[in-house]
Design a protein around this ligand. Structure first.
Ligand SMILES: O=C(O)CCC(=O)C(=O)O
Ligand SMILES: [Fe+2]
Length: 275
């Protein structure tokens, strides 16, 4: 097993492993590297769905994503990315093609128990583009001026699926009604103990306890402060890559720029700490 950092603060590659055959000590090294680097890449895997699910369950509780229309028909815990990109009329479905590309975000903040991790396995990669960008929430927190840290300490934000823009195209009509949930904006990571800026401009509705104008201004300011260049890593996919990211301490965004006539297909799982 070779463990190699990919970016100055986040991103690590673990090469020389077959995730189907990992013992607990081997898995422990991957898990530790992932906690230390927030985004872990395990290249060169040849997996069946059951292999991917079994490996994913070692990280936590694998739950079905609320978007039923993009679930694998036989395996609800698997979300299919890049499948059914063209509608019956031949038009490109932008919600599928641009999934995850509309802005920096963290997955699952709309749930009371947000996603601990998201893991993708690459089945088909385009000839160009289609990268995934990652950024550290620790870096975002550490770069906040003292005045903002003070203002945010103990402050909660209200999050919902689709946020203020009501971006719910991937949900069935009967699943579009959500009750907002509150999460601390300064989040202490349950396993590393480090503080991060837990924020998502595409899911937040308002900052709890502030006037609407102050809440909007704070949301705009934090949107500008999410990304620190030294806290970034961009992943260029190869077929057979597994990438897992920690939604408790990193943001991500799909580049959304690959030739639409080419395939870019992943299996994706959502993983929680608790059900
Ligand atoms: O397709 C990607 O690169 C990432 C999409 C995304 O945001 C997600 O799967 O949560
Ligand atoms: Fe995402």
């Amino acid at each position: 097993m070779e463990v190699r950092p990919l970016g100055p603060q986040i991103g690590v590659e673990i090469a020389g492993v077959d995730v189907r055959k990992l013992d607990d000590a081997g898995f422990g090294r991957i898990y530790r590297a992932w906690l230390d680097h927030n985004v872990a890449v395990v290249p060169g895997q040849a997996l069946e769905i059951e292999d991917f699910l079994r490996y994913s369950r070692r990280f936590g509780i694998v739950v079905p994503h609320p978007s039923k229309m993009t679930r694998h028909p036989a395996h609800p815990e698997i979300t299919l990315l890049g499948v059914n990109k063209f509608g019956p009329d031949g038009a490109l479905d932008m919600a599928i093609y641009r999934r995850g590309a509309e802005g920096w975000h963290t997955d699952g903040a709309y749930d009371e128990e947000p996603f601990k991790a998201t893991q993708l396995y690459a089945l088909a990669v385009p000839s160009r583009g289609g990268d995934t960008h990652f950024a550290s929430m620790y870096a975002a927190y550490e770069a906040l001026p003292a005045r903002l840290r003070e203002k945010l300490e103990g402050r909660k934000g209200a999050f919902t699926y689709g946020g203020r823009r009501k971006a719910t195209a991937l949900l069935n009509a009967e699943d579009r009604d959500w009750t907002p949930v509150l999460h601390p904006i300064i989040r202490v990571h349950a396993e590393t103990g480090r503080k991060g800026l837990y924020f998502d401009p595409g899911k937040i509705l308002y900052m709890d306890g502030l006037e609407a104008s102050e809440s909007d201004a704070l949301i705009d300011e934090l949107t500008e402060r999410m990304i620190q260049p030294e806290g970034c890593y961009t992943h260029h996919w190869r077929k057979g890559d597994i990438v897992i990211w920690d939604n408790r301490c990193s943001y991500h965004k799909a580049a959304g720029d690959y030739p639409p006539e080419e395939d870019r297909i992943h299996w994706r799982v959502s993983i929680k700490e608790r059900p």
